[in-house]
Design a protein around this ligand. Structure first.
Ligand SMILES: Cc1ncc(COP(=O)(O)O)c(C=O)c1O
Length: 423
């Protein structure tokens, strides 16, 4: 007899667990092999430089942590909160939108607080997508953009994001030629993983297309707080008429270094905001109130810290771009976001696929990166490197990559093993 009575398989025949078919719609997790090797190496004591995930390594502002501690000591903050977030936090989000983008939002009907923007985004997809519905997503694709639609039983079309004009003309083409017409357009600028950015006029055109074809829009602006060289990522909601056709998600994970706190916002079209609120009312009881109170303080008082954090990412970006360029890599300098979207040198593209190349860097160079193919076929040939380690660790990462690849770093396929590295 099994001494664990919860496992009495000798008494009954094996029980079959039947999962819902929507789970089988999810592809194998491409980052799984990288993560398993990273874990194994760390357990063996290897000092791996982890540029895999966009997980900020710097802490939130001290004032925000102190407020969290103080709010956690208040017995009034320990019950269930409101599933759409407390009104004062929604008001603070409204004043940030007004200050930063000149956009006026009604905190009562046009803002919902989410348990991280990923939660809000996924549940909004559940609210608007169903069998037979199609969403357009950017390619390469941040996995949740496709799989939240997928889990809601919708279909996904991924359109190349690299050239913004071409992207929009492809969106219009898809709306003209597909039947049934796509229902939802998911956009994400600054884009993860490709780092593509846009100017405000782009969103004006998005609204025009959305109106013409009856296409709802979700803008994921997760990286709007992290921009460089004086660039200010625009808000989709600042485009005339945007609020009639869609919503925008923002987050405190990136600019405020509060990724683990799970604080995000959905703002814009009141019907979509209400739909998300309805789903959330069934699924959750709202965010821990002490976190909401501290988030108010962060939004109200730490904007200078957000800018300082962006300057830190800019410094890291420069170190990594310069270092890889010195190795001969063909690098486009991003002007926003937390990543470098680096083209793998042709020499190596000819030798192996992107996942194998990323595994090689980890196995032999102790540098973890995300293989571009983890973001769909459009990411093949690229690596995504997160700027989450400090400058000296990034310099070390470049040295490790150089050592690991020997003299075959360069994009020039004519340069083979043994050629000298240019100074
Ligand atoms: C494009 C994009 N959207 C959303 C998220 C998730 O943000 P949050 O922490 O608010 O769920 C991320 C996080 O990596 C992201 O890259």
């Amino acid at each position: 007899m099994n001494d664990d009575s919860s496992r009495n398989s000798e008494v009954y025949p094996p029980f079959k667990i039947e999962l819902a078919s929507r789970l089988h719609r999810l592809p194998p997790y491409l980052f799984g092999r990288i993560n398993a090797l990273l874990y194994k190496k760390r357990r063996a004591g290897d000092d791996v430089i982890d540029l895999g995930m966009g997980n900020p390594s710097d802490p939130p502002h001290e004032m925000v942590i102190e407020k969290l501690v103080e709010a956690a000591r208040d017995p009034a903050n320990h019950g269930y909160s409101q599933s759409v977030g407390i009104l004062n936090l929604r008001r603070e989000v409204a004043s940030k939108y007004l200050k930063k983008y000149g956009v006026r939002l009604d905190p009562e009907s046009e803002i919902v607080v989410c348990l991280g923007s990923k939660e809000g985004f996924s549940h909004l997809c559940l609210a608007v997508m169903g069998p037979g519905d199609t969403a357009i997503v950017p390619a390469p694709t941040f996995p949740v953009h496709a799989h939240a639609v997928n889990l809601a039983s919708g279909n996904v079309i991924a359109l190349e994001v690299a050239n913004s004009e071409k992207f929009l003309s492809n969106v219009a083409y898809a709306c003209e030629h597909l039947y049934p017409k796509p229902k939802l357009l998911i956009i994400n600028y600054p884009h993860n993983p490709s780092c593509v950015t846009v100017e405000p006029e782009f969103f004006v055109d998005v609204v025009k297309i959305a109106r013409r074809y009856g296409l709802m829009v979700i803008s994921d602006a997760a990286y709007n707080d992290v921009a460089f060289d004086g660039y200010h990522p625009p808000s989709f909601l600042a485009a005339p008429g945007a609020i009639d056709v869609g919503v925008e998600f923002t987050t405190m994970s990136k600019g405020y270094n509060m990724a683990g706190w799970r604080v995000g916002f959905c703002c814009g079209n009141p019907e979509l905001v209400r739909a998300l609120g309805t789903i959330k009312a069934y699924y959750d009881y709202g965010m821990f109130q002490a976190i909401q109170v501290a988030a108010i303080v962060a939004l109200r008082h730490t904007e200078a810290n957000v800018e300082a954090q962006a300057a830190i990412y800019q410094g890291r970006r420069d170190v990594l771009c310069d270092g890889l360029r010195r190795l001969g890599w063909d690098i486009t300098t991003p002007r926003a976001g937390m990543f470098l979207w680096a083209k793998i040198p042709e020499y190596w593209q000819k030798q192996m696929d992107t996942l194998s190349f990323a595994m090689k860097l980890l196995e032999e160079g102790d540098v973890a990166v995300s293989p571009g193919s983890g973001f769909g076929p459009a990411g093949e040939g690229y690596l995504r490197m997160a700027l989450v380690e400090n400058e000296s660790r990034l310099r070390q990462a470049v040295r490790h990559i150089d050592r690991c690849l020997g003299h075959d770093n360069r994009n020039d396929a004519k340069l083979g093993a043994g050629a000298p590295i240019p100074g």
